[in-house]
Ligand binder design. Structure first.
Ligand code: 1Q0
Length: 254
């Protein structure tokens, strides 16, 4: 992957975050997951103020999860201080404050605590009664579900963008692909106002040359290579999150 000089958005960074997220056989680390979204915000910023609403929304969703994570860490620290006199060797809570690198079993402990991964978040929030299955709250689980759905849209959009034109046809515009995939994947999760705002955002979608320049390629076939790598990385993360949420009946959290 090429580095684009002077650009805030770097597709190589996006890919690095996405690839750093999968952990164990079925889990996803939240830090790199959220960092991927930070990188996408940088991409959106390059598109100008028309899509400001979308970046704001992503920012607010990632902030909710990060705030919850911070709160959980503080609670854990407090608990640890309370128990200072008699620390238990295998207490997962203790592991977080260790600065040295962790060994394999310690990583597993870490993974069973708070907002480290999607699965630890689900467990933590269920155990602490933070997930409401009937009404809207600001749980990490329902918030992640919103990002999760948007990621499926992104995967489909980038996949379409990477495809070559079919026989005798011209390449379709990013704006059209954006609109088509949005209506197919994401629109039914959004209310009327949001759908209207999305339609406005499609108009801000640049033509292919501008898009290629943002990912530092010149031709469709070069773009296809880059996009396919991103799509595959998204797929891995998306599938793991989908299974974790589905296992806990969390695919429809209000
Ligand atoms: C130009 C890009 C067009 C993007 C098309 C998607 C349009 C989505 C419009 C959404 C507007 C956001 C307003 C709020 C929505 C919320 O109601 C909704 C539900 O949350 P809640 O709390 O009300 O239940 N929130 C969401 O669905 C969250 C996610 C929305 C953002 C989805 C857009 C993802 C954008 C990704 C960046 C595209 C860059 C691609 C570059 C890749 C380069 C290799």
């Amino acid at each position: 992957l090429r580095v684009c000089p002077g650009m805030r958005f770097q597709v190589a960074d996006l890919l690095a975050h996405l690839q750093a997220a999968p952990v164990s056989t079925n889990d996803v680390l939240l830090k790199p997951y959220l960092a991927s979204w930070d990188e996408l915000i940088k991409f959106l910023e390059a598109l100008g103020p028309m899509v400001g609403l979308i970046s704001q929304e992503i920012e607010s969703k990632t902030a909710i999860i990060r705030d919850l994570a911070q709160k959980a860490e503080k609670e854990a620290e407090k608990k640890m201080k309370d128990r200072k006199r008699k620390p238990q060797q295998s207490d997962p809570v203790l592991m977080i404050s260790h600065n040295r690198s962790l060994n394999y079993s310690e990583i597993n402990h870490r993974l069973s605590f708070g907002y480290t991964s999607i699965r630890s978040m689900i467990t933590w929030e269920l155990e602490n009664g933070l997930v409401d299955f009937h009404k809207q709250t600001n749980s990490g689980c329902r918030t992640l579900l919103r990002l999760h759905r948007a990621l499926l849209w992104l995967q489909n959009f980038l996949q379409e963008l990477g495809k070559d034109a079919s026989e005798g046809e011209r390449l379709r515009s990013p704006s059209d692909l954006c609109k088509e995939t949005y209506q197919r994947i994401l629109a039914h999760h959004h209310n009327w106002w949001v759908r209207k705002a999305a339609e406005l955002a499609f108009l801000a979608m640049p033509e292919r040359p501008y898009f290629y320049q943002l990912v530092c390629v010149e031709t469709q076939s070069e773009a296809a290579v880059v996009l396919n790598r991103v799509v595959r990385a998204i797929e891995e993360v998306y599938e793991r999150n989908e299974v974790a949420l589905q296992e806990h009946g969390m695919l429809d959290l209000p």
